[in-house]
Design a binder for this molecule. Structure first.
Ligand SMILES: [Zn+2]
Length: 285
């Protein structure tokens, strides 16, 4: 055996042993010591990252995990706690509601089948709240796509539940503990939800806050069967977690984050654009 090949083989054999001894061998030394060595760490970007000591999202009376997503229910504690809080808030306003959550990230993060992001524990997919054709609330165990009229795109007997989906967005928009970055959804459903709330005095005051977080990404599928939620790197010490090592490359911006112009009202009152959106530079899916 030639010498270089021998060395390569030796390295290949010893690498897994080293990796299992230290879950963060590629991190600089300071991130392998306390306090970082005791924390959940979101490492790198959502589309080029990983995580260690992630928190596992577990099902509850208000939250279910989509079939097949159980191995990918790990995220930064800020994200996991935000999902639990939000599910409770929706259920408080609409008793019996159960939030359907799909993939977060895998236990150690990194690439996840079917997604570009979801790598560093800061992304989660949430199914829409739905009703049957009579308006009775139903809990599904899958994501269903909806058209602009709020009907299931595949003809299945479900309707988009504007009320509860708005409650979800309102709860997310008002949650200032997790550092929510944005919620992706198809433009047609974004418009539908904002119009729905704009027409109802009890919800209208939250429209500007929701406009500021809700968008359709340019560089991914249009998200017509679920919301994709992302948190920013949480503030230091917020919830036993930290973001480290954002890699020095830029991600494509999601630019189709339009402001919102309400649909014409019967009064003929002039329309005006609401708040300008925050700029983001991250991909989704
Ligand atoms: Zn997603």
């Amino acid at each position: 055996m030639s010498r270089p090949l021998c060395i390569t083989l030796l390295f290949a054999l010893s690498a897994p042993a080293l990796a299992s001894a230290d879950p963060t061998p590629s991190l600089p030394a300071r991130f392998r010591q306390a306090p970082y060595s005791l924390m959940s760490l979101s490492i790198g970007y959502p589309n080029a990252g990983s995580q260690v000591r992630a928190k596992r999202l577990r099902k509850s009376a208000e939250l279910s995990i989509k079939a097949g997503s159980e191995p990918n229910s790990y995220g930064h504690p800020s994200l996991v706690l935000m999902l639990q809080r939000t599910a409770r808030q929706v259920a408080r306003r609409a008793p019996g509601s159960v939030m359907l959550v799909g993939d977060l990230s895998s236990k150690d993060g990194g690439r996840l089948a079917g997604h570009t992001s979801h790598q560093s524990g800061r992304d989660a997919d949430i199914g829409f709240y739905v009703t049957d054709l009579k308006g009775k609330r139903v809990l599904l165990d899958k994501f269903v796509a909806f058209d602009a009229a709020g009907r299931a795109s595949d003809g299945s007997p479900y309707l988009f539940d504007d009320f509860r989906n708005w409650l979800l967005l309102q709860a997310l928009a008002r949650d200032d503990r997790a550092g929510l970055s944005h919620v992706f959804v198809a433009a047609k459903l974004r418009k539908r939800l904002l119009d729905w709330a704009q027409a109802r005095p009890a919800f209208r005051k939250y429209v500007p806050a929701v406009v500021g977080i809700l968008k359709q990404p340019d560089n991914a599928l249009p998200h017509d069967d679920h919301f994709h939620v992302r948190i920013a790197c949480p503030r230091r010490g917020a919830v036993r977690g930290e973001c480290v090592l954002d890699p020095p490359h830029s991600e494509p911006r999601a630019t189709r984050f339009a402001s919102y112009v309400p649909s014409p009202r019967r009064s003929g009152a002039p329309l005006r654009a609401l708040v300008k959106p925050r700029k983001e530079r991250e991909t989704t899916r």
